[in-house]
Design a protein around this ligand. Structure first.
Ligand SMILES: Cc1ncc(COP(=O)(O)O)c(C=O)c1O
Length: 438
C-alpha cells in the first residue's frame, strides 16, 4: 500500500518517466485502441481531487472521473484511511465457506439503500461480470422453475452492458461497440426502447410472439451511457415494468453507470418509482478506488434458488469475490454519501452543466446538447478525428474523452465551481475551433 495515492505525502509532481514509460509501454495492450496508430497515452504521476497530474508536471482538470467512478474526487482521505486500516487487518480472504465484516456490512447497507425487496447481494469484481451474473440468475431462475427454454433477454438499441462475451451479447448488435462479434455470442432480442406508443406496441408484439423463449428484459435506466449517452424518461421505465409484469419476465436494471447519484437520485430506478427484479452496480461503488461490483436480486429471484436440490444453486464464484479491501472502500464511499451533500452537489453540477454547455447549441455541427444529473453531453453531427479532438482538450488543460459523436462530461461530484466552468468553457472553445476549421 505504499504507493503515492496511499501516502499522506504527495511525491514531487515532476518525475522522469523515462524508465517505467519507455521500458514498459512496449509490453502493454491498451483498451479499445488501435495500438499501431493511436496517440501515445499520457504518463500520469498522481491524482488529486479533480486533477490528473502528468509526469511532466502538467495538471489536467478531469472531466470524466475515470469512467465515472471517482465520484468523491481522487484520493479522498476517508476512503484512503479505510483502505489502509483494512490492509493491516485483512486485504483479502476467499469468499467460499468464509465471510467477513466489510462485505456483510456493505451488503446490508446496499440493501437498505435499494428500493423494494432487492435484498440478496452477489459480489464480483467488475461491471461486465455483474451483468453476466444477472444474466445467469435470470436464465437459471426459469430453469429452476422447469422452464429451461427461457434463455434470452430483451435488450435495447443503444445498449451497452460490458465487454465479456455474455455481456456483449446484450449490447446493440447493429450500432453497438461489439458489432464485429455478431454471431459469436447468443443472440438476444434487440428492439427500440418503448419511449412512445408505437415503440411500446412494437415491443408488446415481440413479447407476445417470444415470451416463451424470454427470461427477462435488461436496460440501463434513464441513461444509456457507453452506447452514446442517450437519455430516456421515467415513463419508459414504468412501461417496461408493466410489460415485464404482463408477460411474467424478470426486469434487470443495469445501474453500473447510473447508480450512486450520477443521474440525480441515488439510483436511476428511484426517479421512476420502479423496482427491478435484479440490479447491477459497480463503477462508483468504491468511489473509484478498487474494482468491485454487485448483482442484487429480489426475494422472488433468490427464492427460485433456495432448494434442497444442489443443482438449483447459482453456479458462479469469482476468486476475488467480495474482496475485503474493495468492500472497505465501498463502505467508506457510502459513509461519504451519508455525511456529505452529494445529491445536492449533483443538482448544482446539473445546473452549471446546463448553463455552461447551452451556448454549444448555437455552434455549427452541434446536433444536441443535453444534461441529466451530473452528466453533460454535446452530440455533434460527427467526429472525424477522435484522437485529434482528444488532443485538443489536453491542450486546453482538461481531460475529456469524446467517443462516437459525443463529447461528454461526468465530473466528480466534489468538483469546484471554477474547475467545472473550466471544463464547460473548454468544450465550448474546442467545438468552436472545430467549426472554424484548421
Ligand atoms: C451500464 C454498464 N454496464 C456494464 C459496464 C461494464 O463494466 P466494466 O467495464 O466494469 O466491466 C459498463 C461500463 O462502462 C456500463 O457502463
Amino acid at each position: 500500500m505504499q504507493n503515492a495515492a496511499m501516502t499522506q505525502d504527495a511525491p514531487t509532481t515532476r518525475q522522469d518517466p523515462a524508465d517505467w514509460y519507455a521500458g514498459g509501454l512496449p509490453h502493454i495492450w491498451l483498451p479499445y485502441a488501435q495500438m499501431k496508430t493511436m496517440t501515445a497515452p499520457l504518463p500520469v504521476a498522481r491524482t488529486d481531487g479533480c486533477r490528473i497530474i502528468l509526469a511532466d508536471g502538467r495538471e489536467l482538470i478531469d472531466g470524466i472521473a475515470s469512467w465515472w467512478t471517482a465520484c468523491h474526487g481522487y484520493n479522498h482521505p476517508h476512503i484512503r484511511e479505510a483502505l489502509v486500516r483494512q490492509a493491516g487487518v485483512m486485504p483479502h480472504v476467499m469468499f467460499g465457506g468464509l465471510v467477513h465484516e466489510p462485505a456483510l456490512r456493505l451488503a446490508r447497507r446496499l440493501v437498505a439503500l435499494l428500493p423494494g425487496n432487492l435484498d440478496r447481494v452477489f459480489f464480483s469484481e467488475s461491471g461486465s461480470v455483474a451483468v453476466e451474473i444477472a444474466l445467469k440468475m435470470a436464465v437459471q431462475f426459469w430453469r429452476n422453475h422447469g422452464q429451461g427454454e427461457r434463455n434470452r433477454l430483451v435488450t435495447f438499441r443503444g445498449a451497452y452492458h460490458g465487454d465479456t462475451t455474455g455481456a456483449m451479447a446484450l449490447g446493440d448488435p447493429q450500432d453497438g461497440m461489439h458489432g464485429g462479434f455478431k454471431g459469436l455470442p447468443t443472440e438476444h432480442i434487440c428492439v427500440d426502447l418503448p419511449t412512445d406508443e408505437p415503440s411500446t406496441e412494437a415491443l408488446r408484439r415481440v413479447l407476445e410472439r417470444d415470451a416463451e423463449k424470454l427470461a427477462g428484459i435488461i436496460v440501463e435506466p434513464l441513461v444509456q451511457g457507453a452506447g452514446g449517452m442517450r437519455f430516456h424518461d421515467a415513463a419508459t421505465l414504468r412501461r417496461l415494468r408493466e410489460l415485464a409484469d404482463d408477460y411474467d419476465l424478470l426486469l434487470i436494471f443495469d445501474e453500473i453507470f447510473t447508480g450512486f447519484g450520477r443521474t440525480g437520485t441515488m439510483f436511476g430506478c428511484e426517479a421512476a418509482g420502479v423496482v427491478p427484479d435484479i440490479i447491477t452496480l459497480s463503477k462508483a461503488l468504491t468511489g473509484g478506488t478498487l474494482p468491485l461490483a454487485a448483482t442484487v436480486a429480489s426475494r422472488r429471484v433468490f427464492e427460485a434458488f433456495w432448494s434442497d436440490d444442489p443443482r438449483h444453486a447459482l453456479t458462479h464464484g469469482p476468486t476475488y469475490m467480495a474482496n475485503a479491501l474493495a468492500c472497505a472502500a465501498a463502505n467508506a464511499s457510502l459513509d461519504l454519501f451519508e455525511r456529505e451533500p452529494r445529491l445536492a452537489q449533483v443538482r448544482a453540477i446539473s445546473a452549471a452543466l446546463a448553463r455552461g454547455l447551452a451556448p454549444c447549441s448555437a455552434l455549427p455541427g452541434v446536433k444536441d446538447v443535453r444534461v441529466q444529473g451530473a452528466i453533460g453531453v454535446v452530440e455533434l453531427d460527427r467526429i472525424d478525428d477522435l484522437d485529434a479532438l482528444r488532443g485538443r482538450f489536453i491542450d486546453e488543460g482538461v481531460f475529456v474523452r469524446p467517443f462516437g459523436s459525443v463529447i461528454y462530461l461526468t465530473p466528480a461530484f466534489t468538483i469546484g465551481d471554477e474547475e467545472l466552468a473550466a471544463l464547460t468553457k473548454a468544450v465550448l472553445k474546442v467545438i468552436g475551433d472545430l467549426a472554424r476549421g484548421p
